[in-house]
Ligand binder design. Structure first.
Ligand code: ADP
Ligand code: MG
Length: 323
């Protein structure tokens, strides 16, 4: 079991950023309204995620670390309408197989909390302690027992930058959740959780870009589109500023990227890319949204319509700005 977990860990846990992503997604699934992410040394030696979500009861703590243990899917039908971010029950077993994890958690209903320590998949401690409602995960020394994998880690600075990107994406995906991000003891990002997107954009991208936003609000036969797109004047040299979220998830999609870039065709010079922050609500009944195990790359069944509807909606927004 331990060996299998270590191997499986390779798919879920590649670097500190993937640990942060999985743990924050768990916090979101736990309906947290405030999440704090703290890392040291790029997250290689220290990651702490604290949430004020539903917590884990004492009798469920061990179970949560078992492979394919998930509280989020009960039957096959659930798989079709996946509302929660996690659904494979692999994150905790994988993370704890290749690091030293300390968990402190308490449900609002229980009087005491639980502290659970697990290192390299081996349980070290399970005790009752006083704790606030919610969950804290501490992950120490990622890959301490898998030197082959530790070798693939980049510098602490590079790993820290990847974590920052992930935290920004998560904060942008959930403007209704307050995020606090601390790197090596320094506050890097704070979002209030009041839902104001521009506020978050301002924090992450600065004032100049925030001034150049065009609001998008559209409904097409296949989807609802909302968010902001940047004026062509704030064009960028790469695609890193094309953010789009499908049904609450930050994703990558060649099709959506093409629709976005083609919408700007004629508004922008070649080899320049727009800033976008688009929230697409796609009806799972009309579009087959196929998610890769990494949960990032999307595939759609009716590509053509989706492409045209998005492209047209963005062109309309760009044209409306000129009037
Ligand atoms: P998944 O998210 O796919 O269910 P994970 O391995 O990420 O699998 O988590 C296992 C289980 O642990 C979850 O289903 C959930 O019940 C519990 N859990 C994990 N993190 C939290 C958290 N922050 N708050 C409450 N419960 C949690
Ligand atoms: Mg999960």
């Amino acid at each position: 079991q331990k060996t299998i977990d270590k191997i499986a860990a390779g798919e879920v846990v590649e670097r500190p950023a993937s640990v942060v992503k999985e743990l924050v997604e768990n916090a979101i699934d736990a309906r947290a309204t405030a999440i704090t992410v703290e890392i040291k040394e790029g997250g290689i030696s220290f990651i702490r995620i604290t949430d004020n979500g539903c917590g884990i009861t004492k009798d469920q703590v061990r179970l949560a670390f078992l492979r394919h243990a998930t509280s989020k899917i009960r039957n096959v039908e659930d798989l079709v309408q996946i509302a929660s971010l996690g659904f494979r029950g692999e994150a905790l077993s994988s993370i704890s197989a290749v690091s030293q994890v300390e968990l402190i958690t308490k449900t609002p209903e229980s009087l005491t909390g639980v502290r659970y320590c697990i290192e390299g998949g081996t349980e070290k401690e399970l005790e009752e302690i006083g704790a606030p409602s919610g969950t804290t995960f501490l992950v120490h020394h990622l890959f301490y027992n898998t030197p082959a994998r530790a070798k693939f880690l980049k510098s602490a600075t590079a790993e820290g930058n990847s974590v920052s990107t992930v935290v920004e994406q998560l904060a942008l995906s959930h403007p209704e959740i307050s995020f606090k991000y601390i790197q090596n003891g320094q506050n890097k990002l704070y979002t209030s959780g009041n839902g104001n997107l521009k506020e978050i954009v301002y924090q992450i991208y600065g004032r100049d870009l925030t001034r150049e936003l065009i609001a998008v609000e559209a409904e097409t036969p296949l989807m609802k589109i909302s968010g902001f797109i940047g004026n062509p004047s704030v064009a960028r040299g790469n695609r890193n500023f094309e953010n789009y979220f499908v049904n609450g998830r930050y994703v990558k999609s060649k099709l959506l990227a093409r629709a976005i870039e083609d919408a700007y065709h004629g508004f922008m010079m070649q080899h320049r890319y727009p800033f976008t922050l688009l929230y697409l609500e796609i009806d799972g009944e009309k579009v087959d949204v196929n998610v890769h195990p990494s949960k990032m790359e999307l595939r759609f069944s009716n590509q053509e319509e989706l492409y045209h509807q998005l492209c047209l909606a963005l062109q309309n927004a760009l044209l409306a700005r000129e009037r």
